[in-house]
Design a protein around this ligand. Sequence first.
Ligand SMILES: Cc1cc2nc3c(=O)[nH]c(=O)nc-3n(C[C@H](O)[C@H](O)[C@H](O)COP(=O)(O)OP(=O)(O)OC[C@H]3O[C@@H](n4cnc5c(N)ncnc54)[C@H](O)[C@@H]3O)c2cc1C
Length: 475
Amino acid sequence: MEPHARIVIIGGGPGGYEAALVAAQLGAEVTVVDSGGLGGACVLTDCVPSKTLIATSDMMAALDTAPALGIRSGPRPGSGSGSGSRVRSGAALAAVDAPRLYARVRELARAQSADVAARLAAEGVEVRRGTGALAGPRAVEVGGARIHADIVLVATGARPRELPGAVPDAERLLTCRQLYDLPELPRELIVVGSGVTGAEFASAYQALGSQVTLVSSRERVLPHEDADAAMVVEDVFRRRGMTVLSRSRAASAKRDGDGVSVSLEDGRTVRGSHCLLTVGMVPNTRGLGLEEAGITLDSGGFLPVDRVSRTQAPGVYAAGDCTGVMMLASVAAMQGRIAMWHGLGEAVQPLRLSHVAATIFTEPEIATVGVSQQAVESGEAEALVVKLPLATNARAKMQGFRDGFVKLFARRSSGMVLGGVVVAPRASELILGVSLAVEQHLTVDEIAHTFAVYPSLSGSLTEAARRLMQPAEDE
Ligand SMILES: Cc1cc2nc3c(=O)[nH]c(=O)nc-3n(C[C@H](O)[C@H](O)[C@H](O)COP(=O)(O)OP(=O)(O)OC[C@H]3O[C@@H](n4cnc5c(N)ncnc54)[C@H](O)[C@@H]3O)c2cc1C
């Protein structure tokens, strides 16, 4: 491909803007067409806002442990009675200022979107606000104008799925994108769906002070995750007073006076002040001229791609949630970059999903990378497994928590680390050690010989590796 290749990217989320940065760096002329705001749903409505909300709910959860750590409310010793300097003690004595919290969430999202815009502008990427679609070979149409493109990247994302019997009204019946304009915290929140998004919001709102009912169609919450990890989180949910309705499928939900009522398929009705619907995402792939370009969507409407992000149409690549490949911002960004490296003739490593680190931001968090317990149990992967509860970790004791564990998977023959699961506060940060081991093909011996700080939660990772070391065989 010549250096001044013309690239048009439809969608300005992480799949699109990260691709744009790579293409610009490689000397291409890049246009991003975006309808919803740079940074995409990731920055404006989904990932960034939810994790900002969770920063506050984490703080509230931490306050719950304050009395056990020797903190009580009242004036600090030596401070004058009128100083206003007070220490919060326990979530019961701390209250969330919802308008301020939501304003912070929106402001942070806007600022992040502005950062993305500034970065694209600095790299010379042209941005056009509008809805784009393929318009014949090597062209994209936006607002009646046709832009020539040597390469097109489709990165249009996805939107929350709606249930036919539960149409969101943005007031009481909500999707995860409609939470941040509410005037108050939901008093009684019914969360329908116990996948990643449902579990994260159920965990957050319980900690913020809502009474949460989690409606789960499956035996346990987070049915697609490590079963031990999901069990820890479900136990914590119940202990904190959440009502978890297992094997309960919601049939419909409607406004009911000042609140909502959710009808379950078994005939029961659950009432609350608000209902949050988290029943999956559907791709934004209609009206993009894909079929006309010779692309067949899959049965879920997703845009099939190979491991270098190629679609079935020459010159058309796709990245992110619209492809249905592991719906994560990091994966979207990597697919977008890979598309550009490939399209512009650079050496490229095809996408490796087995190395993706992911976190569920419940409290405690669940972080995973590499092979899963399920793969080991089904015989798909051959591995030794060790699981160490954090209840015996000195740092965990000092910090006053006991729910969580680290789990490591290693190849029996070579000791090579194949994956791991961490359930802990800030597991999202701890998993990097395991990710590095998986990516760099490190062995449990190498991890075991690595210094961890004492006391630290990461000390449990090196200890797990020690437990997996195999004695040298006698000659
Ligand atoms: C509640 C929630 C929390 C999440 N938390 C995390 C997390 O913590 N970590 C993580 O890794 N992932 C998280 N995700 C997933 C993450 O948000 C997505 O994987 C990511 O947004 C995908 O990026 P994308 O570029 O494919 O699409 P998006 O971010 O959805 O961006 C697509 C963009 O394309 C625009 N667009 C659509 N159609 C057109 C068109 N025809 N023309 C022009 N523009 C168009 C849209 O307006 C949007 O701006 C979360 C998702 C949800 C729902």
